[in-house]
Design a protein. Structure first.
Ligand SMILES: Cc1ncc(COP(=O)(O)O)c(C=O)c1O
Length: 432
């Protein structure tokens, strides 16, 4: 069907025939790549009964995963932990963030980014996102106070943040940068792997991520001292010191302190190790699918693909479009969905999506973990952060005007052709 000849009545939402009648896989990533290699590695762990990383340290999958992850990201050190949240808490602890400090987080990220800040006793300060769906560098700078210790740029939905601006501002104000790359494992910014640009980078290996170990996380850094602190912070025991003492004793002198129980176990390590080999391929296929789709729909009326700080480096987990109004975004999304394409409108009124700050109830209400663990009322905190559901109007405006068409590595060229056909049909029907 020629897009320009499409009439409103041709649209499936108005009773016309659907553009797509076959099932297109709309979720993907690491969990769909679990296979023989993972089974072999897990069976090896079980056969050796070596489920704890220090049991058979020489053959540890956790250690091999860490070495491989460090190599892939170009970071000097990688530390595997039990979740993405654990990675953030470990990273913040390594940086020495605690009571009295503020950490700037974007208004659009999974709530764990903010809760990790609270867990170390610091106060999250919420900043706007811009039309890239990631931290707005200008609002980040506006939100800096004398109490700001760190900023946490979050590479949301596989989109690398504007790291040049963020690093420049952080440097000017002497702030730590802890990247939350949980949703962008495999992404790059100007040729550098995300997570390896700031002082610390954190990843999640939870089941919806690029690669997975069911639950898991990684902390990366180029700094020996931060790595040693992170290693101590993630393990209350001294076992880690064997490796640390071998590798780092010449470079850092550190007093151990109370750590968490965030070690990664060997079963998770075995899966993560096997998945690591699949990471680049998953991202490469997603990038290819996005390129095809954007090329196919180029010139379609009324469509504005959203800005990406480094289009070559994004993981390309969705093609995002920004509309002039929330109503227009809804109209387009509903029409495209009726054509048989899976669509995500990011912000659905009434659904308490914990990726959006206004649904971070325990943050906005400053709910303490316990009476003694209350970052906002801690006498060491001299700041005066206030929260409100409408405090980030720019973020809400962008999210309500965004329509995302999810992409994944299970899609084929034929699938992107079909999606493009549906998008062009809807664009022509609504705006042609
Ligand atoms: C941006 C972001 N940060 C942190 C996390 C927390 O990771 P996890 O669920 O592994 O603790 C997630 C994952 O869900 C995430 O998407």
């Amino acid at each position: 069907m020629a897009a320009t000849k499409t009439k409103r009545s041709d649209l499936a939402i108005n009773g016309g025939p659907k553009a797509v009648t076959e099932d297109i896989p709309y979720v993907g990533f690491g969990v769909y790549e679990l296979g023989e290699e993972e089974k072999r590695c897990v069976n090896d762990v079980l056969n050796r009964k070596a489920v704890f990383r220090w049991q058979d340290a020489k053959h540890s999958y956790v250690m091999r995963f860490e070495e491989g992850f460090a190599k892939k990201t170009g970071a000097k050190h990688a530390l595997a932990v039990s979740s993405g949240t654990a990675a953030l808490v470990t990273g913040l602890t390594a940086l020495g963030v605690g009571p009295g400090d503020e950490v700037i987080v974007p208004a659009y990220t999974y709530i764990a980014s903010a809760s990790a800040v609270i867990l170390v006793g610091a106060v999250p300060v919420i900043a706007e996102i811009d039309d890239t769906l990631t931290l707005d560098p200008q609002d980040f700078e506006r939100k800096i106070t004398p109490y700001t210790k760190a900023v946490m740029p979050v590479h949301m939905r596989g989109i690398p943040c504007d790291m040049d601006s963020i690093m420049r501002i952080a440097k000017r104000h002497n702030l730590f940068v802890i990247e939350d790359a949980s949703q962008c494992d495999g992404g790059t910014y100007k040729g550098k792997r995300v997570g390896a640009i700031g002082h610390i980078g954190c990843f999640s290996l939870q089941a919806s991520k690029t690669i997975t170990s069911g639950e898991g996380g990684v902390v990366i850094t180029n700094d020996d001292h931060l790595y040693a602190r992170a290693a101590i912070a993630h393990d209350s025991g001294i076992a880690f010191w064997r490796k640390l003492s071998e590798e780092l004793a010449q470079k850092v002198t550190l007093q151990a302190f109370a750590g968490q129980g965030y070690r990664m176990n060997e079963l998770a390590g075995a899966v993560a190790f096997a998945q690591l080999h699949k990471l680049d391929k998953i991202v490469a296929v997603c990038r290819q699918r996005k390129k095809e789709l954007l090329r196919d729909i180029a010139g379609a009326p009324g469509l504005k693909p959203m800005r990406v700080p480094d289009p070559d480096g994004e993981c390309a987990y969705s093609a995002n479009f920004l509309f002039d109004s929330a109503e227009e975004a809804q109209r387009f999304a509903q029409a495209l969905s009726a054509e048989g394409v899976h669509v995500h409108t990011i912000h659905n009124e009434g659904f308490p999506d914990r990726h959006i700050y206004k649904y971070w109830d325990y943050v906005l209400n400053k709910v303490p973990i316990s009476p003694g663990r209350d970052p906002w009322r801690d006498p060491r905190y001299q700041g005066s952060v206030e929260y409100a559901e409408d405090m980030c109007p720019q973020t809400m405006s962008i999210l309500t005007r965004t329509v995302a068409v999810p992409l994944n590595q299970r899609m084929t060229r034929q699938h992107t052709r079909l999606i493009a056909k549906a998008i062009k049909k809807v664009a022509a029907g609504l705006y042609g």
